[in-house]
Design a protein around this ligand. Structure first.
Ligand SMILES: [Zn+2]
Length: 158
């Protein structure tokens, strides 16, 4: 399905099945692990899964500038030169995880905002105890790691 973002880039969403989905921006596929579909959509009826998968992918597409800004902020915050390979690898891993977590949160937030009452209704009909775990883990990874990366960057400057 062809889509267009608010920032003007054309894109494409393919929801291939309940598990795998793909969003392309200007022909470039944005790959990310199907963690949301594995955890958040567990047990939901097929039509709910497909509707929410589509909205979530659309969310990835629409929140791309936010995800890029977040990654740039963390890159910018890294003023300190890492002295060790391990320091670099730790920083890189933390950046990748924080970026992924923030983007998933933003995309799912987009899905919630656009699905509105239907979203709550789907989860009321099919309660998912893992949803709470998802929000807790993604929230602490996204916000916690970002804060840590920003802090450790600015602390090293002084
Ligand atoms: Zn996602």
């Amino acid at each position: 399905m062809q889509i267009r973002s608010w920032y003007g880039l054309p894109g494409e969403i393919e929801v291939e099945n309940e598990l795998w989905h793909l969003v392309k921006v200007g022909g470039v596929p944005l790959n990310h692990p199907p963690v949301v579909n594995l955890i958040l959509r567990r047990g939901l009826p097929r039509e709910d899964r497909l509707r929410l998968s589509y909205l979530h992918e659309y969310g990835h597409f629409q929140t791309l500038p936010l995800a890029v800004a977040h990654a740039l902020l963390l890159l910018w915050a890294r003023r300190r030169q890492q002295r060790t390979i391990l320091g670099w690898l730790t920083w890189l891993a933390a950046l990748a995880v924080a970026h992924e977590a923030v983007w998933e949160l933003a995309s799912e937030g987009y899905a919630i905002a656009h699905d509105g009452a239907a979203y709550r209704e789907s989860y009321r009909k099919t309660p998912n105890p893992l949803a709470l775990v998802f929000w807790a883990v993604m929230g602490s990874l996204g916000i916690g790691l970002s804060a840590w990366l920003l802090r450790s960057g600015s602390r090293a400057q002084g």
